[in-house]
Each structure stands twice: as C-alpha cells, then as structure tokens.
Write a protein that binds this ligand. Structure first.
Ligand SMILES: Cc1cc2nc3c(=O)[nH]c(=O)nc-3n(C[C@H](O)[C@H](O)[C@H](O)COP(=O)(O)OP(=O)(O)OC[C@H]3O[C@@H](n4cnc5c(N)ncnc54)[C@H](O)[C@@H]3O)c2cc1C
Length: 370
C-alpha cells in the first residue's frame, strides 16, 4: 500500500470489518480500514452479548454458516491470544433454556430435536435436574433443555484483538471520520469505483468492502444499489453478583442471562424497530429485570451496574455477503442481525477468500446482495 492507495479499503470497523481485515492480512493483503468512530468496535459489536449459538434458524444454508463459524472459534481464540496477548474469553459454557409451562416445553423440545438432527447435542431436563445444574433457578420452572455446545465470548475484546492482529500484519486504520462519498472513474456502464472520500481527502483502492453494519444501506444507496438493512435496537442490563449465580448461559421468558467470569451478568435483550435510536429506556430495562428475577429470584439482590442499547443490522434474508450487483470490486458484508459475533470468523474467512482467490470455502450465492 502506498500513501493513498490500498489493496483493499474496508468501510466499517465493527467485528465484521475487523474480522475481514484480519483474514486479509493472513493472506498477504494489506487493507486500510476506515471507521467514523475514533476507535474500532464502538457500535453493535461493542453492545452485543457475545453468545455463540447455532440453533438460531432452520433455514439452510444459514445454520451451516453458523456451525462453520462456531467451529472456527477455539483455534481463533488461541491464535489471537498468541499473536496479540488478548484473551477473548471464549468459554463453552453451554446454554440452559428453561420452560415454565407445557407450551414453552413443546417449543424448546422441538428446537432440541432439530438441533440433534443437525449433529448437535441437546438434553431435556426435569426441573430437579435443572436445579441440580443451576441451583439459583426459580422453583417455578417446569424443566429445561441443555445445549452444551453453546459458548460465549467477550466481543469488545475480540474486536480489539482482531484489529491488533491485523495491524501487526500490515493493516492500516483511518479512524474518526466517515466515508462520505465514492469516487467513480469512466463512463456509464464502464464506470468503476476507484476511491472514497473521508474528511475531504480521497483514498484509493483496488477493492472496497462495505462492512458498515446497519449504516451499510446509506453507502450502497450512493452507488445506486438500494439494499434494505435496518437498525434493530437491542437493550441490555448489566448487573453484578459474586459468586456468579450461574455457570451456564440461561434463557427463558424471552430473555437471556449471560454470566461473565468477572461476576458481571448480562440480561438481554429487546428487539425494537425504532430507527437509529440508541436510547436505553426504563421500560426496556424493566422487561429484562422482571424476566431475570422471574428466572432467578436472587438476581433481585444483585448490584445494578449499567444499561445500554445497540443497533443490530437487520436484513430480511439474512446476512448479505458478496459483490454488490453491478460492481466487480465492491463487496458487501453486512446484515448479520442477532448473530454477527457468532458469524464474524466465517464472514472474515469467506470474504477474504472471495477477494483473494474468488473461491470461498462455502458458496456465497445464497447470501448474494440483491
Ligand atoms: C443488544 C445486542 C445483543 C447482541 N447479542 C449478540 C449475541 O449474543 N451474539 C451474536 O452473535 N450477536 C449479537 N448481537 C449482534 C451483533 O452485535 C451484530 O450482528 C454485529 O456486531 C454486527 O457487526 P458489524 O460489524 O456488521 O456492525 P457494527 O458493529 O455496527 O459496525 C459497523 C461500523 O461501521 C461504521 N460505519 C458506519 N457508517 C460508516 C461510514 N460511512 N464510514 C465509516 N464507518 C462507518 C460504524 O461506526 C461502526 O463501527 C447483538 C447485538 C445487540 C445490539
């Protein structure tokens, strides 16, 4: 890369942009990553809960993508620790999903069956068995299902580690100002994007990646490609209790509870389609706290720490990964919605393979931006 010409410019320094930068540098490509914020990972990738689960969907090939990404985590965690000295706290804690009535039991047992058919384990538990595993669970639960392969990660640490790992291998970062414009050269159908404008300066590259989370649509609109990616607000409440009440991630009553090793416990999350509004509301916090206490009454005595909201990038047909229609040097990687932390390793790998060899290890056609 010379002063203002990069091999690849990545727009967006969330977990997706940083995973792509990391994977490109591993293949000898030195990208320039640009983000509006003064540091990487300040938006959804900071706000997320860091749960890594692959039972989110029944529509292939999405579960295959989730599974492939989860499988990359153990080696990636080791690699990042060795290269950056950052422990991303990948822990295979498992999820214990609890039910309070027959209807909830039927739903969860159906989910367990589907998951077992895809090669994962799931164990249906009586209430007594669930209390044995997690004594802090409410005496009102009727039972639970254990998903032992589920894991968690500290997403803010992971974004930092990916960025640091990429920087060590030659990636550059231009932080603190947004990309405001694209530079096109040539005429009509032969026009090609050759650069982007940041703070009045033009930066050139051969290839561009739009990894701007829920803001990606505003960038593709400038290229006359309307892509529907909406913000889906999620609110989280953070409390603290020592010793931690749970070993497993616990979910039920529409929320999840994530115990961290440092005694902090996340209660999340709402899903709200209210535009680009990141207000953390009393009502949002109340929903999380009420459900949390119904699942584990002793949470009422935990210390309240903080509440926040982030904007998930929601795309109706799942993540959009591939060349933007009409452009052979602009890749879109966005729309990961509730699973962007889970999907970051495989997204980074596949987009890097697409750019460097044109041959991603999994077919990207089903995720092609339309
Ligand atoms: C409350 C909550 C809980 C979640 N829990 C989980 C979970 O448990 N597990 C999971 O897998 N996922 C979870 N997610 C989803 C996950 O966090 C997201 O899918 C993921 O972080 C999306 O990453 P991203 O890099 O695409 O977007 P972001 O992290 O939003 O990054 C986009 C970046 O693009 C930058 N940008 C935007 N426009 C421009 C521009 N014009 N120029 C330059 N830069 C620009 C922004 O500043 C931002 O840094 C959760 C999300 C939320 C909000």
């Amino acid at each position: 890369m010379n002063r203002d010409h990069a091999d690849v410019i990545i727009i967006g320094g969330g977990i997706i942009g940083c995973a792509i930068a990391y994977n490109l540098t591993k293949r000898g490509v030195k990208p320039l990553l640009i983000d509006t914020a003064p540091t990487v990972g300040t938006e959804a990738s900071w706000a997320g809960a860091g749960i890594l689960t692959s039972h989110a969907s029944t529509h292939e090939p999405y579960p295959t993508l989730c599974r492939a990404s989860l499988a990359l985590y153990p080696a990636l965690a080791d690699e990042l620790r060795a290269e950056t000295q950052i422990d991303i706290e990948f822990i295979q804690s498992g999820t214990l999903s609890v039910f309070f009535n027959e209807a909830e039991a039927a739903g969860l047992i159906g989910l367990a069956d589907r998951r077992v058919k895809r090669g994962f384990s799931a164990e249906v538990l009586t209430a007594e068995q669930a209390w044995q595993l997690e004594p802090a669970l409410s005496k009102s639960i009727a039972g639970g299902v254990l998903f032992p392969e589920d894991a968690q990660v500290r997403n803010p640490k992971m974004v930092t580690a990916l960025a640091k790992g990429a920087a060590k291998l030659g990636a550059k970062f231009q932080l603190g100002n947004p990309v405001t414009n694209f530079i096109r050269e040539g005429v009509s159908e032969d026009a090609r994007v050759t650069g982007v404008v940041v703070n009045g300066e033009t930066l050139y590259a051969d290839t561009f990646v739009i990894a701007a989370g829920c803001w990606a649509g505003a960038l593709t609109a400038q290229l006359d490609v309307p892509i529907q990616i909406e913000p889906a607000k999620g609110q989280i409440v953070l409390v603290e209790a020592m010793p931690p009440p749970f070993q497993h991630i616990v979910d039920g009553l529409g929320i999840y509870i994530v115990p961290r090793t440092d005694g902090k416990i996340l209660l999340g999350a709402t899903v709200e389609y209210v535009g680009y509004d990141k207000t953390a509301t009393v009502d949002g916090a109340k929903q999380m706290i009420d459900a949390g206490i119904a699942i584990a009454p002793e949470l009422a005595h935990s210390t309240f720490v903080q509440t926040w909201a982030g904007l998930r990038p929601y795309a109706k047909k799942g993540p959009l990964l591939g060349y933007l229609p009409g452009y052979d040097n602009i890749v879109l990687a966005s729309g990961h919605f509730k699973n962007g932390i889970l999907l970051a390793p495989i997204t980074g790998q596949l987009v890097a393979e697409l750019i460097t060899s044109g041959q991603p290890a999994l077919p990207l056609e089903p995720f092609q931006p339309q």
